[in-house]
Design a protein around this ligand. Sequence first.
Ligand code: GTP
Ligand code: MG
Length: 475
Amino acid sequence: MVSTRRQQAMVEAESIKSFEEKVPPKSLNLLIDQYFGENEANKHISFQDEFMIDNADPNKSEISTQLNKVDWNVGIDQIRLQQERIISHKGTVFNMLVAGRKNVGKTTLINSLFDEPITSASKPGTTCLEMKRFKIVDSTTHLNLTVIETTGFGDNVNNSYGWLPVVNFIDESMRSYVYQEEQPYRNNVVDRRVHICLYLIEPDSLNVLDVLTMKELSKRVNLLPIISKCDILNLESLKDFKTRLKKICEVQDIEICSFMKTYDEYESIKKLYPLSTITSDEMIPGSSKLGRNYKWGYVAIDNPEYSDFLELRRLLINDNLVDFIKSTEQYYETCRAELLKTRILKSKKSFQDNEVTLDFENVDANGLQNYKAYAIFNKSKMDNIMVEWCPKFIESQVKIKRKFNKVIDIEENKFMEWKKALIEKQTRFNNAIELMYKDIDLLKLECQELEYQVVTGRNTNPENSTTLVGLHFKR
Ligand SMILES: Nc1nc2c(ncn2[C@@H]2O[C@H](COP(=O)(O)OP(=O)(O)OP(=O)(O)O)[C@@H](O)[C@H]2O)c(=O)[nH]1
Ligand SMILES: [Mg+2]
């Protein structure tokens, strides 16, 4: 009721806008106050910032209001409960990637985190990623958890692109989500976007592959390096390793949870990193806790003296799970925008006249034209872009180019030498020809001399002759 009256007042205020110069904002407020009058219902609502009209620029005139609840319950406190109901009904999708070299302790960590044998020891083979989905249910809600574990990572003789399958999976999960969102029916969208990546490193065994992989991952996902099996080192050495790891990450531009930088929790995460854990599948006899068995006894995996396991679980699940999801969604928006822009820009070449009229300098402003462009730009062309973007492809392209240039250089050198030899030969021939011409000239002169002798009947002594013929004979 009140809001309807208020809306009415706003409509009238809009009509007054044309007299803005004549009616200053204060008198406009007065006018609205008169309209409302001192009314019982109005007492429950205080109006803040009343009607603000920007007189400076008539084209930008705006009317804004802000309602401030005083002592009247309109029920907005129920919105939170309604949202909670929706979330508990729908559940939460959370995708976690656990990466690291063979035997680093990935499976044991995953199982310890969820107190369940979620994944089993990997079978030998060439698979690069193993994905398992779970529904973890509690009294109020459920978590649709997907755990992706790398297998056989770093096992090849040549590991120069060992990180590529993992990175491809992350990129592809983003692309596939864009395609799925474009479909008319989106009830069964499969979300594989990775919300957090735990990268496990064994103490004192950080290698180039680890560094390169973390570097690539940190650009694409919320990355959290974890030192696994930290019981291998004593506390002093562990501290040293942590400092070294931090330094390496800093130098190599490996950012921790890079999508969370604008979040309040970011600093606390940074302070905790790098976390080191002890994990185990074994229960401590006579206790409900998981622990690692040593000759001298058991250590509970959540013993804060030796392991940051509890901190990790708190950080991952209790405190920041939703933040990881939200920040990944922000990153997804950037990927989506880039993908769609690239599609439009790349499709430029395939347009026929009059098909679409896109402003390629300003692809954001094309509206409906973009859709036409997408239709023309089919999947096979997009696949070509994917291949072009692939770092392996780029590297092999560079290698082939280098090889090609080498061959060209060799052939060019050969050609230059051949050309040089040819020119030398030509110069030699030219000189010989020149000599021959000179001989011909002298012979011609000799003939003339002989003709002259025949005609005049005079005989010249070749010994004393000063004629050219004489010179020729002397030569
Ligand atoms: N000392 C010690 N050993 C551990 C720890 N966590 C796991 N392990 C042991 O490390 C071995 C490998 O553990 P997994 O969890 O199977 O390692 P993984 O990375 O999943 O191995 P793959 O899947 O084959 O790549 C097992 O024998 C575990 O018992 C730990 O915190 N400390
Ligand atoms: Mg495993």
